[in-house]
Design a protein around this ligand. Structure first.
Ligand code: ADP
Length: 360
């Protein structure tokens, strides 16, 4: 094997990673207006090639109703899955160097979170979302390094619904509630009892995802409803062994499809719906609070306020890297949700999450 080529590739990746250090990355993605959907006009617009967008208040025509926001990057409605992936590729690949990386999709139901993270149709490779592309990429790069490093890739998938954690990859179909172990958190195994599956190829991954989606459906009263009200976390553990020195590294990648962020009118819902809404609201604000506290370099980071932040603790802060896709639905009826999504994004962006390179 060409040792020099491997070395050069490692150096190139290391340089890319250097560029990515620092603040949490917030990438907005505006999904296309889909004919037949509710609402009419496209009121969210991506301007120029920079990370700027404007939102127009439908009831305030003219300049006065326009608000501008600026983020690391904005993907307009024409951006393809390939475009999106190519901008996060270096992030993903750094897991092979022992980093912990966390990628979230945040937004109201119907804004394209699942489209970005999973994709609409497994059968069409062009529409694959981040999770399939990430795994494929990790397989490929680990292969190119195989003369110097031996990698093992393992996958877990859990769901958090009403502050209860369930294993989505347990084969028996019984979904016991799982606990969190702080002892194992530092190695990225925050949910030690969730089943762990070694994967070697894209088809292994497809089979597992299939189980995951089926398990999600089994426990759902109505699949669409349930999936928009639970957080799903796909965790990819990467273990590498340096064949020359014998040293080991461990990185993990969390790919998180968050529950819909839409606010529910409390005067209108009762019972289960109200309980779900309260849990979602609590965990999404806990996530915002954790990222905000990290920015302030506070002595106390409130990880314990939700299951979501507890599970992800080892990948939020310290040397971990975080990226959030903020998904926007462009129509006029979504105006107030889009605005609150953007305000959340504004709060969590521009935040120092710790930059040092892992010494593992
Ligand atoms: P969410 O997960 O936020 O509830 P979905 O990912 O299910 O939203 O997206 C809602 C609908 O919009 C789906 O029919 C999806 O295929 C479509 N959609 C979302 N984003 C895009 C996009 N970038 N291009 C084309 N269709 C999209």
């Amino acid at each position: 094997q060409n040792y020099h080529a491997v070395l050069m590739e490692n150096r190139r990746l290391f340089n890319e990673v250097q560029d990515l250090k620092g603040n949490i990355r917030v990438f907005c993605r505006i999904r296309p207006f889909i004919p037949g959907q509710a609402g009419r006009e496209t009121i969210v617009e991506h301007i120029g090639d920079d990370g700027e967008l404007t939102v127009a208040n439908p009831s305030k025509p003219g300049k006065e109703g326009h608000r501008m926001f600026k983020f690391t990057k904005v993907f307009g409605p024409d951006a393809s899955q390939v475009d999106v992936y190519s901008d996060i590729q270096a992030f993903i690949r750094s897991v092979l160097d022992g980093y912990n990386v966390c990628i979230f999709a945040y937004g109201q139901t119907g804004s394209g979170k699942t489209y970005t993270m999973t994709g609409p149709n497994l059968a069409t490779e062009a529409t694959w979302g981040v999770n399939y592309r990430a795994l494929n990429d990790l397989f490929q790069i680990s292969e190119t390094r195989s003369s110097t490093l031996k990698y093992e890739i393992l996958v877990q998938m859990v769901e958090i619904y009403n502050e209860q954690i369930r294993d989505l990859l347990s084969s028996g179909g019984t979904q016991k509630k799982l606990g969190i172990s702080t002892a194992s958190q530092s190695s990225g195994l925050a949910v030690p009892d969730a089943s762990m599956h070694p994967v070697r190829s894209t088809s292994d991954v497809m089979d597992l995802m299939d189980i995951g989606f089926k398990n999600r459906a089994v426990s759902a009263t109505s699949m669409n409803e349930r999936s928009s009200r639970s957080h799903s976390i796909l965790t990819i553990h990467v273990r590498g062994n340096d064949l020359k020195t014998g040293s080991a590294l461990h990185g993990n990648l969390h790919l998180v499809d968050l529950a819909g962020s839409e606010r529910v009118d409390r005067s209108e819902v009762v019972g289960d719906r109200l309980r779900e809404a309260q849990h979602i609201n609590k965990s999404l604000s806990a996530l915002g609070d954790v990222i905000f506290a990290l920015a302030q370099k506070g002595a106390h980071i409130p990880y314990r306020n939700s299951k979501l932040t507890q599970v992800l603790q080892s990948s939020l802060g310290g040397q971990a890297k975080t990226l959030m896709f903020v998904q926007l639905n462009p129509d006029n009826v979504s105006y107030s949700e889009s605005l609150s999504t953007l305000k959340f994004a504004e709060r969590v962006s521009g935040v120092e999450l710790g930059a040092a390179r892992s010494s593992k």
